[in-house]
Design a protein around this ligand. Structure first.
Ligand SMILES: *[C@@H]1O[C@H](CO)[C@@H](O)[C@H](O)[C@H]1NC(C)=O
Ligand SMILES: *[C@@H]1O[C@H](CO)[C@@H](O)[C@H](O)[C@H]1NC(C)=O
Ligand SMILES: *[C@@H]1O[C@H](CO)[C@@H](O)[C@H](O)[C@H]1NC(C)=O
Ligand SMILES: *[C@@H]1O[C@H](CO)[C@@H](O)[C@H](O)[C@H]1NC(C)=O
Ligand SMILES: *[C@@H]1O[C@H](CO)[C@@H](O)[C@H](O)[C@H]1NC(C)=O
Ligand SMILES: *[C@@H]1O[C@H](CO)[C@@H](O)[C@H](O)[C@H]1NC(C)=O
Ligand SMILES: *[C@@H]1O[C@H](CO)[C@@H](O)[C@H](O)[C@H]1NC(C)=O
Length: 414
């Protein structure tokens, strides 16, 4: 826990200032352009949503016993206010019915969305400590083994035959709130592959979802691959509507995330929500962030723009450089860089079809290959490497929208 010490010192200093500088006490409420805010965040809840055969499993653990969780230690984030363009209507009822509508046969693309401009609090991406904190919020280290008796059902009534407990496959959302519950960070649990990380408990489901989200056509790489959907038609031709239905299916991750978001906003109806996640969790966070127009910071996320388009998520009519979706990553991570494909790649060997190239929103790329002589390898993808990396740099990279990017150009989607 060596990292805790500087944070504790920082807190002490901030608290000392708080008595002298009025805007500190107002915390994230203030929309002063140059307010630097450090507010303590704590893990409050963990949502667990089943997928696959366990789709109706949806439960919440309230973290009341700090000793059970490493992550109840406090976190500090800096906020900046930013003008954003997002849908005027964004409540879960509306957005879920929109997303469901796009799945209907004969769906007609909506062009007349009602966009509004608002000034909102967003994470200060220029602040290395803020990035470190968000990276820590995504870290698998925070998954302790809580007593399962504390899980509350928040979805359909509990069905014994679905099993019970922590080790289920599915999606997890870790909910952190600041002191006044004004800002809520949802951290989405990512890929647990032994290939990408060391925690193996959700591997099979994650692989199916990875291959659905980041491949051109259901992971139909060659005839030897097991496909994850049945949309391949003929040589380099794939059914678009089939792909869209597969992504949205009830038993897949995106649908599970909508429930977690709905439940979080119903617990904290007036809070500002931020999203984060690592790897698959980062891409899922970005899809959710785009759905609801909420600020999102992903770490080492595989490129998810194609999935966002297939889900018909709303893209605001503003230049991409004004996006509040930030994808933080490094040049030595083949998964983030969209180059983990081809027969010799570790992804291919592991059965992952990671074919996409383009992130939506902004990319914040640490050039670890050049600056730190890192070798391109899956170990540069790990969240622990990312936390070390952010600490090794004094500054954060400039975030840019890539304009020269095309996904699956050799495929025809009809
Ligand atoms: C954001 O963080 C940077 C780096 O710590 C800091 O210089 C800047 O003042 C912060 N911005 C705001 C608005 O707090
Ligand atoms: C942000 O929006 C407000 C009101 O909509 C406007 O007055 C202000 O100039 C905008 N600021 C920037 C930096 O675009
Ligand atoms: C419980 O789950 C099992 C397995 O999915 C299903 O067959 C059964 O109908 C469910 N029971 C209820 C009451 O929902
Ligand atoms: C459903 O939950 C049970 C009990 O935890 C688990 O053993 C099983 O693997 C899960 N099935 C799927 C498909 O996630
Ligand atoms: C914030 O939320 C937590 C958990 O829901 C609750 O225990 C706490 O009292 C709330 N604090 C404030 C200031 O509302
Ligand atoms: C949580 O989400 C589930 C699924 O959307 C919903 O059925 C349930 O009513 C929600 N509970 C709360 C408290 O929001
Ligand atoms: C985005 O890019 C446009 C030019 O394409 C520029 O005018 C604008 O200032 C940029 N906005 C931001 C927030 O960087």
């Amino acid at each position: 826990m060596g990292w805790l010490l500087p944070l504790v010192v920082a807190v002490f200093v901030c608290n000392a200032f708080a008595h002298q500088i009025p805007f500190f006490r107002h915390g994230l409420d203030s929309i002063e352009e140059h307010t630097r805010v450090a507010t303590a965040f704590k893990l409050r809840h963990v949502f667990h949503h089943g997928t696959g055969a366990n789709t109706t499993l949806h439960r919440r653990l309230d973290v009341s016993e700090p000793s059970a969780f490493e992550s109840t230690s406090e976190f500090y984030l800096s906020a900046v206010s930013k003008n954003v363009t997002r849908l005027s209507q964004r409540d879960p009822d509306f957005m879920e019915s929109y997303v469901a509508y796009t799945r209907r046969p004969g769906f007609i693309k909506i062009t007349g969305f009602d966009w509004i401009h608002e000034r909102i609090r967003t994470p200060n991406i220029s602040d290395p400590e803020t990035l470190t904190t968000m990276a820590r919020m995504t870290s698998d280290a925070y998954v302790g083994v809580p007593q399962s008796k504390d899980w509350l059902d928040v979805g359909a009534p509990f069905n014994e035959s679905l099993g019970f407990g922590w080790d289920d496959k599915g999606v997890r959302g870790h909910i952190f709130t600041d002191d006044g519950n004004k800002t809520v960070v949802i951290s989405i649990k990512g890929t647990s592959s032994t290939l990408f990380d060391n925690d193996g408990d959700t591997v099979t489901n994650d692989k199916i979802n990875d291959n659905l989200l980041f491949s051109c056509c259901c992971a139909r790489i060659s005839y030897m691959w097991t496909t994850v959907c049945d949309c391949y038609e003929k040589s380099y031709t794939c059914s678009q509507s089939c792909l869209e239905d597969a992504l949205y299916a009830e038993d897949k991750y995106y649908r599970a995330l909508l429930d977690i978001y709905r439940n979080t906003t119903s617990l904290y109806p007036s809070a500002t929500i931020w999203l984060t996640g690592h790897s698959l969790g980062g891409s899922m966070a970005a899809l959710l962030g785009r759905t609801y127009g909420v600020p999102t910071v992903s770490f080492e996320a595989p490129p998810e723009r194609l999935a966002a388009e297939r889900l018909h998520l709303p893209f605001p009519p503003v230049p991409a450089n004004e996006s509040t979706i930030w994808h933080v990553g490094n040049t030595a991570d083949p998964i983030y860089m969209g180059i983990c494909n081809g027969p010799s790649s570790v992804c291919w060997v592991g059965g992952y079809a990671m074919e996409t190239q383009c992130h939506s929103g902004l990319e914040c790329v640490y050039d670890t290959v050049k600056d730190m002589k890192w070798h391109v390898s899956a170990s540069s993808h790990r969240i622990k490497s990312v936390i070390d990396m952010i600490a090794a740099y004094n500054t954060t990279p400039t975030c840019v929208a890539r304009t020269d990017c095309q996904d699956c150009f050799d495929w025809t989607f009809d």
